[in-house]
Design a protein around this ligand. Structure first.
Ligand SMILES: NC(=O)c1ccc[n+]([C@@H]2O[C@H](COP(=O)([O-])OP(=O)(O)OC[C@H]3O[C@@H](n4cnc5c(N)ncnc54)[C@H](O)[C@@H]3O)[C@@H](O)[C@H]2O)c1
Ligand SMILES: O=P(O)(O)OC[C@H](O)CO
Length: 336
């Protein structure tokens, strides 16, 4: 199975950085951009300054605002739009998807309302079988990868051949992708860690230090892993790149949009102010805290940090009151 021609649908931070990873691995890449001027900048000036300032894009990467043109003849199609917009976007693209193309999901979220993981949304809308869908997860802050800082990722697919095809298409001097067959675990970990990063940012915004961060990261991991166990994920995934790896990167980096969003709330800004400051870029945890909380409630899993983040973001709970509530919960055994 050879993947040479790849289409990336979405030209935001990660879509652009991932397109560069593919191009630097020798693939011919065409990006689709919603805005004509971004497609023109990528094509003509080799940059996407709004999302990745200072990054020069390789010559074997081009862009268009025409989805049909972008998708023509693709061996693999990378879906690089925010989770809550994936259904709507994919519905417009589905007739254009080349038959048999591997569908690669970059989004980290759980859909509001349906509570579906992104690969489930992709399968439903595209009609593609699950073994044709590869999920990308791991500690992948777009700006670091675009600057060619060394990093790794997980490519999860029930079909090992397809995961390996995408592995070959993304391996380069600075990016090391691993395969994994635990699609459920990788997707849940990727979505949940954004919510925990919100909480870490919030703690930082309130002036708390390393002990508080480590506590939120560790107890966040515990609640993510509980949800994963309930939904059939492999426990090992949470100890890997998609779990603790992504959690540590996102919770500790000022480049994370989720952590930054939380930090603003912790400093006393409103959700609307934090949203405005994000300048149109999406902090997925703000919506996913609600869908993950509902998923936890419907499956009977205790996720107190996620619950607190939902109430801060959507029910006007004060971050300090949220912290006090988390500390005031009934004492228990670490692993109960
Ligand atoms: N940025 C990162 O470091 C990073 C790393 C790993 C995973 N991810 C995940 O990848 C997904 C995409 O992230 P990103 O960083 O490229 O996002 P982004 O906000 O930087 O870009 C989103 C892209 O989707 C397009 N788009 C299409 N429909 C949209 C809509 N309705 N609303 C908003 N944008 C729309 C935008 O035009 C833009 O090109 C997210 O789920 C994110 O969690 C991001
Ligand atoms: O900037 P964030 O918070 O969306 O996080 C980016 C990536 O998911 C990190 O792996």
């Amino acid at each position: 199975m050879d993947v040479q021609r790849v289409t990336v649908l979405g030209s935001g931070s990660w879509g652009t950085a991932f397109a560069k990873v593919l191009a630097d691995a020798g693939r011919d890449v065409t990006m689709w951009a919603r805005r004509r001027e971004i497609a023109a900048e990528i094509r003509d000036s080799r940059g996407n300054t709004g999302y990745l300032p200072g990054v020069r894009l390789p010559e074997n990467l081009t862009a268009t605002e025409d989805a049909a043109e972008a998708l023509d003849g693709a061996d693999a199609v990378v879906l690089a739009v925010p989770s809550q917009s994936l259904r709507e976007n994919l519905t417009r693209w589905r007739e254009l998807l080349p038959a048999g193309a591997i569908l690669v999901s970059l989004a980290k979220g759980v859909e509001l309302g349906t509570l579906k993981r992104m690969s489930e949304v992709i399968a439903e809308i595209s009609g593609a079988p699950e073994h044709q869908i590869v999920v990308v997860s791991g500690p992948n802050l777009a700006r670091e990868i675009a600057r060619e800082q060394p990093g790794a990722a997980v490519l999860a697919c029930s079909d090992h051949e397809r995961a390996m095809a995408i592995q070959r298409a993304t391996s380069n001097a600075y990016f090391r992708p691993y395969t994994n067959t635990d699609v459920v675990g990788c997707e849940l970990a990727g979505a949940c860690k954004n919510v925990i990063a919100l909480s870490c940012g919030m703690a930082a915004g309130m002036g708390f230090g390393a002990n508080t961060m480590a506590t939120l990261i560790t107890r966040g991991l515990a609640e993510m892993a509980r949800l994963g166990a309930k939904l059939g994920a492999d426990a090992q995934t949470f100890a890997g790149l998609a779990g603790v790896g992504d959690l540590v990167a996102t919770c500790s980096s000022p480049l994370s949009r989720n952590r930054t969003f939380g930090e603003r709330l912790g400093r006393g800004e409103t959700v609307e102010q934090a949203q405005q400051a994000a300048g149109g870029q999406v902090a997925e945890g703000v919506m996913s805290c609600s869908s993950i909380r509902e998923l936890a409630q419907t499956t009977g899993v205790d996720m107190p940090i996620t619950d607190a983040m939902h109430r801060v973001c959507h029910e006007s709970l004060d971050p300090r009151a949220a912290g006090a509530e988390l500390l005031g919960r009934q004492n228990k055994h670490e692993w109960s």
